[in-house]
Design a protein around this ligand. Structure first.
Ligand SMILES: Nc1ncnc2c1ncn2[C@@H]1O[C@H](COP(=O)(O)OP(=O)(O)OP(=O)(O)O)[C@@H](O)[C@H]1O
Ligand SMILES: [Mg+2]
Length: 462
């Protein structure tokens, strides 16, 4: 077998949910026949775009979409980011989804093409089946053994960890290295949990709670699992989902030699390890071999680039090429620009959405449209419910009118301050009334009024 790729050292790459602005969106709300319901899963209207996105989801799941690109194009606040988020929810957690904003690639430390490449590889998953030597069972005992701190001082340190695991065929007492204690604490292992410890790496994984405890409480978000069959010490097939980027990181060697100076340096400031093109090619080779041998499956995911007009000519050219490589995810772009100059190409004629025409020619374009007054009303009511606000029906109508007149964004943003005002104004049950909305409208300008304001007032630096 080729150079071993240490898959177990890999960390996950789950990102935090970027915005709470979309917390009401729970999916695309499209039924099995591919028809979008007028309002479902938090989504209202935008039916054609939702159906198109659902088709894209099916194609990704059938692995027929990699190497292609989709563009969500429409005015501000028409739900492009919300659609992309819903696509990721429909894909589930097993398909990698990597969201970035166009401007994220500009950094003083990393080249922009490098940053793009990294995100491309975050969006390609690999499902690896491995047989590993493990200790698996229900935790019967978990005792850290303490000792005097060898470095002096008053504290005590943990010298060993005693752990007893029980399986269907017997129990085994293990005496483990203190480093495993940290891993156990991270997984929040308690007595009565079923866990396994990898013999070679010491990685700990909590499988669930032993079903012997299943009747303790009725309301619990716990996964109960039976006591593992067979011996405590055994070989087990483990399925892991990693991304190509995880593999790159796990195999990149830290820079610097072994001398004491560099060790001090590492203590003080962990250096960013470098992932070279050579390393990536090497990893691709190993990955392809695993796929051929049937040890691993490729899971092409989705790279979502929001505000794509922030990319410049160089980045677009790179995107063109990267889309053609055999290991490529589906790329979803979103832009709210019309005919505009491409960044870095100000001397070229303006191009649609600020995207060069050669890339445009490869895109499937999904348009999003402005909402009708009823839809705006419905979106605002949904938001009011998710944010747990009390708003009178008249006030909702007033906010919806602002949504039509100004923008959906502006209307949504007024909700939270209006509810604070309602409390300050001593409304019954803190319910927002029309007056609170009017007051808020006076306090916070929208973009157009702010611009008018600038034209008539002095005192700003021009
Ligand atoms: N059809 C919809 N149903 C429910 N909520 C929606 C819908 N469309 C948009 N929203 C909500 O309205 C707000 C604005 O939408 P979103 O951020 O997706 O717009 P956008 O098209 O990405 O705009 P921009 O071009 O400014 O980035 C968000 O809070 C979003 O969740
Ligand atoms: Mg957006």
């Amino acid at each position: 077998m080729a150079a071993a790729v240490p898959i177990s050292e890999v960390k996950g790459n789950t990102r935090e949910n970027r915005t709470a602005a979309h917390s009401h969106i729970k999916g695309l709300g499209v039924d099995n026949e591919g028809r979008a319901k007028p309002a479902d899963k938090g989504f209202v209207g935008q039916v054609a775009a939702r159906e198109a996105c659902s088709l894209v989801v099916s194609l990704v799941q059938a692995k027929k979409m990699s190497g292609r690109a989709v563009l969500l194009a429409g005015g501000p606040g028409t739900g492009k980011t919300a659609l992309a988020l819903a696509v990721s929810q429909e894909l589930g957690s097993k398909v990698p989804f990597c969201p970035i904003v166009g401007s994220e690639i500009y950094s003083a430390e990393v080249k922009k093409t490098e940053a793009l490449m990294e995100n491309f590889r975050r969006a390609i998953g690999l499902r690896v089946k491995e047989t590993k030597e493990v200790y698996e069972g229900e935790v019967m005992e978990l005792t850290p053994e303490e000792a005097e701190n060898p470095l002096g001082g008053y504290g005590r340190t943990i010298s060993h960890l005693l752990i007893t695991l029980k399986s269907a065929k017997g129990t085994k007492k293990l005496r483990l290295d203190p480093s495993i204690y940290e891993a156990i604490q991270k997984e929040r292992v308690r007595l009565g949990d079923v866990i396994y410890i990898e013999a070679n790496t010491g990685a700990v994984k909590r499988v669930g709670r032993s079903d012997a405890y299943a009747t303790e409480f009725d309301l619990e978000a716990e996964e109960y699992v039976p006591i593992p069959k067979g011996d405590v010490h055994k070989k087990k097939e483990i399925v892991q989902d990693v991304t190509l980027h995880d593999l790159d990181v796990a195999n990149a060697r830290p820079q610097g030699g072994q001398d004491i100076m560099s060790m001090m340096g590492q203590l003080m400031k962990p250096k960013k390890t470098e992932i070279t093109e050579k390393l990536r090619l090497e990893i691709n080779k190993v990955v392809n071999k695993y796929i051929d041998q049937g040890v691993a499956d490729l899971v092409p995911g989705v790279l979502f680039i929001d505000e794509v007009h922030m990319l410049d000519l160089e980045a677009f050219t790179f995107l063109n090429r990267a889309l053609e490589s055999p290991l490529s995810p589906l790329v979803i772009l979103a832009s709210n620009r019309g005919l505009t100059h491409i960044r870095g190409g100000e001397n070229l004629p303006p191009s649609a959405h600020g995207i060069p025409s050669d890339l445009l020619a490869r895109l499937l374009i999904i348009p999003t449209h402005p909402y009708t007054p009823q839809e705006i009303n419905s979106i605002i009511s949904t938001r009011v419910k998710t944010e747990g606000l009390a708003v009178s029906p008249e006030a909702i109508d007033k906010v919806s009118q602002l949504g039509e007149k100004v923008s959906l964004r502006y209307a949504l943003q007024l909700l939270a301050p209006a509810s604070v005002l309602a409390k300050v104004n001593g409304r019954e049950n803190g319910q927002v009334q029309i007056d609170d909305v009017n007051e808020c409208e006076g306090l916070f300008l929208d973009a157009r009024r702010s611009a008018q304001n600038l034209a008539t007032t002095k005192g700003f630096i021009a």
